[in-house]
Design a protein around this ligand. Sequence first.
Ligand code: FAD
Length: 500
Amino acid sequence: MKKQSIWQEISMSTFPRLSESKQSEVAVIGAGITGITTAYLLAKQGLQVILIDRDKLAGKTTGHTTAKITIQHGDIYHKLIQDFGVETASQYKDSQLEAFASICDIIQTNQIQCSFREEDSFLFTDTTENVPKLEKEYEAYQQLGLDGELLPSIPFDIPVLQALKLRKQANFHPIAYLNYLIEQLKAMNVEIYENTLAIDIEEGENPVIQTADGRVTCQHAVIATHFPMYDPLKMFSIKTYPSRSYVTAFESQQPYPGGMYLSIDDEMKLSLRSITVDNKEYWLFGGESYKTGQYAKETSPYDELTKYAMDHLQAKEPAYQWSAQDYIPPDHIPYIGRAKEDYPNIYLATAFRKWGMTNSMVAAKLITDLILKHDSPYEDLYKPNRFHANPDLKQLTKNGANVAKEFIQGKIQVNDESIDDLKPGQAKKIRDDNGQIIGVYRDDQHQLHGVDTTCTHLGCEVNWNQSETCWDCPCHGSRYDIDGNVLEGPAIRNLTKKEM
Ligand SMILES: Cc1cc2nc3c(=O)[nH]c(=O)nc-3n(C[C@H](O)[C@H](O)[C@H](O)COP(=O)(O)OP(=O)(O)OC[C@H]3O[C@@H](n4cnc5c(N)ncnc54)[C@H](O)[C@@H]3O)c2cc1C
């Protein structure tokens, strides 16, 4: 079993680190699917673009997605109608349909070999209280002209009370697709730099991006760093929260019946699709979603998924296991557009709610329109600084209370001073002689790795993640390895290492 995503079997081009200062019309920070797609659309329009990433291209959430290309974003449409009316829900649908069509067009026009497959998409529930939600969602489909159908079951041996089908959605191999875009970026002379951390942005007529070894001066800066690395008002720390999910890929003793599936029930949030790689049909089975750094069960999320797959899906042993996180907005709609009214040349895209395949294309198109035409039909819908009393306030209060709880609990909960009982492969938090909290991990060679557990983003205490051997911040999703190096999330600096 490989502890990596199935997509990472395909290699990607590598690029140098930025080592001198540069100038460009547009600088795109972050090279996941959002940054790569935005750079591609802008370069196609003839703009000079620099693309930088703190790590490798598409190595974070994009490299760990399940890559369903669908506008069926959970049971979102009846919620949008309920909160904002049919017109707003319809705008959301239109923007997603246009994005879906753009992805299909790029793939078909250029004959990209990326395992693209048209498939129906299904939501399902096993709980009586969620059946009315699917019925309302079906009514919303009818209001919005979406081709849906309510069904009593799905073709798996899992308990289901009702399902909702949306026809003609799709899926693909995201890295095979992005490799084509990257080759096009090279052909269009886009400069690409990896291992180049953007530390800060100087606002102004020509924003300046500070990196460790050089500055990039540009006319337009696009922040596609997942959680925005530029958040002067600390807005996204309150508005969004990180949700982590686990995925396992396995062969089954039965053939995959086709389709893409997602449970709307809180328990496990199961997701299914398949992909054929080297003539083997793998089932991609995801779920066990929880707030990053706050997994509450004693068991491993991978074990939970594997047990379920063995019991219900005739799974053979898992072939791949991986996990990833995405940011969740309070009103179901991502934040895309100008970061601040007074600096209209800094743009961002975040909080895709685990629906980043179409949303990254929505972002790329919207930001390209803002740069070239100064407006977009979807500018107001996705505006980053929007605020709706309902439902934002409720969710913001919940987010704020959760962060405060984690912040305070993290500071007071540790009373242990000994690591004598720490077994290889385990970690714990202790207090040192000064009362400071230290996270200690004992590796398989019995060597100890110590870190100051104060997250360098906004000061919460990180928690140990046993199934992935790392320290995760329960507040805003920064994650660190056993030696405190940043793995992902908003943190710029590593945790302080402690000699043990
Ligand atoms: C488990 C899971 C399954 C999913 N499945 C689906 C699905 O089936 N369909 C769907 O539509 N969506 C899905 N999603 C959502 C989708 O994968 C994401 O929304 C999308 O990949 C986000 O892409 P991104 O480019 O915005 O972020 P990322 O891929 O995280 O890219 C951001 C990049 O920015 C870089 N970066 C960060 N900070 C800096 C900095 N300071 N300086 C320079 N670079 C920086 C990072 O290194 C990274 O490469 C899923 C998400 C999860 C978690």
